[in-house]
Design a protein around this ligand. Structure first.
Ligand code: DOR
Length: 446
């Protein structure tokens, strides 16, 4: 056999199907060989992974970049470095930049800019809204990985029309479950009554609104072939509606949640204050239990982050008036660690984690098997983890620009110690390598 560029040896390789001791040969950025241990293959570089697990690089299908337009919150370089530190090698970026990615010209602008900054690969999620129906075909043809409905307008009367156009052009639609209209009313009433506290903020987003939104979409799309994905499912009622639809044979949609909704409740909003505000907000322990049940029985298809950083000063304004704190939490750097910790707590297996955080997002968004798996010919994206390593989350050590997390101070067991993108090491022992960014766009296969 020809000399390999890199051989990853001694590790236990994890896929959704199980765990196997395999040596991974890499050539020209792709997986070239998968062999039983001990063949002593020749390689320019050997990466010793003895006692460690090798996972395909995680795929985060829900990430908010602030670049362009809001780089005081976080720029693309920092976002991508935080991803690499967290074992994530592909990020799918939401379009709510300034200006938003809702036309082909903006798509081309970020496509020109992001590779200069990104140490990980990225996909572009474009915006679908009543005003840009004429752009949808062009955006999908250019390689947008999904069309995203952001804002009450799009999920209102135009929902079906936008879904139809996305479908006719071979696309996938990303939807938030929530029904935001009533919340805006509660918020206004609360503000008029002079309330500025966290309890009032919590009350403005009743959990049931999510189920109302999910039910509406499921009812309206019944009998259609439209492919769509529910972002951030966080409540028992929504999980139940989705389960029921899937049990009835609906198979054109998928659903996600994030570690936040598996690990935090309303109590944490009260404890953590404005730095914890995010939409959807954290719910009750009963909701958390139901989301876990959804993970166990496959009602929830994938886990990603909704990484949404805001500047510390912006969040701090919420101490005086909670409505002033912009909603969103940085998360990308910790999602794998949080879920590895749950594996160590025996809540789920490593293969199921790989299914939820790597394989399912890659499949659903049409980039499998280039991404999402370590098989011959796939991109050699991987993350090597030490399951026994325990480390506390420290805000000050985070790479994400605003350096805060609801998990500050929490000790997590299971640590990514090396990340490779297309065969190149981009993170080692928590340090993201300084080499020039090599991130590329990933386009879906349609
Ligand atoms: O709280 C949120 N903030 N939820 C979202 O889905 C968007 C995000 C943002 O962009 O800040």
């Amino acid at each position: 056999m020809e000399r390999l560029d890199t051989l990853v040896t001694g590790g236990k390789v994890v896929s959704s199907q199980g765990i196997q001791e395999l040596e991974i040969g890499i050539k020209k950025g792709r997986v070239y060989s998968l062999t039983a241990p001990g063949l002593q293959l020749e390689a320019a570089r050997i990466i010793e992974a003895k006692g460690r697990f090798v996972l395909p690089g995680c795929v985060d299908a829900h990430v908010h970049t602030r670049d362009p337009g809001l780089t005081h919150k976080e720029d693309f370089a920092t976002l991508a470095r935080a991803a690499a530190a967290g074992g994530i090698t592909t990020i799918m970026c939401q379009p709510n930049t300034v200006p938003p990615i809702n036309n082909v010209q903006m798509f081309m602008q970020v496509l020109e800019d992001w590779p200069k900054k990104s140490v990980v690969d990225f996909a572009i999620q474009a915006m679908a809204e009543p005003g840009n129906m004429g752009e949808i075909k062009g955006l999908l043809d250019a390689g947008a990985i999904s069309m995203e409905f952001i804002g009450a307008e799009s999920t209102g009367p135009m929902l079906m029309e936008i879904l139809r156009v996305v479908h006719e052009n071979g696309g996938l639609a990303g939807l938030s479950g929530g029904d935001g209209g009533y919340s805006q009313f509660i918020k206004r009433r609360s503000q008029e009554a002079g309330r500025k506290d966290m309890s009032a903020w919590i009350s403005a987003w009743p959990g049931v609104h999510e189920a109302v939104g999910v039910a509406r979409v499921l009812l309206l799309t019944e009998g259609t072939p439209y492919r769509f994905h529910f972002h951030m499912i966080t409540t028992r009622k929504a999980v139940e509606l989705i389960r029921q639809a899937k049990n009835n044979g609906r198979n054109t949609f998928t659903a996600e949640t994030s570690p936040n909704y598996l690990l935090l409740t309303e109590e944490d909003h009260l404890r953590l204050g404005p730095f914890s505000t995010v939409l959807p907000r954290f719910k009750t322990q009963d909701d958390v239990d139901a989301v876990w049940e959804g993970i166990f029985d496959g009602t929830i298809d994938l886990i990603d982050t909704d990484h949404a950083p805001h500047a510390r000063e912006e969040k701090e304004a919420g101490h005086q008036d909670i409505w002033k704190a912009p909603t969103g939490i940085p998360e990308i750097e910790l999602s794998l660690r949080l879920m590895l910790n749950e594996v160590n707590r025996n809540r789920l297996s490593l293969p199921r984690l790989v299914e939820l955080m790597v394989e399912a997002p890659a499949r659903e968004y049409g980039i499998y098997p280039q991404k999402g798996v370590l098989e011959i010919g796939s991109d050699a994206d991987m993350v090597i983890v030490e399951m026994e390593r325990e480390k506390a989350v420290e805000n000050g050590e985070l790479i994400t620009a605003p350096k805060y997390s609801p998990f500050h101070g929490v000790s997590l067991k299971g640590l990514p110690v090396m990340t490779l993108l297309r065969g190149q090491v981009i993170m080692e022992d928590g340090k993201v390598t300084a080499s020039p960014p090599r991130g590329n766009i990933v386009r879906p296969r349609r």
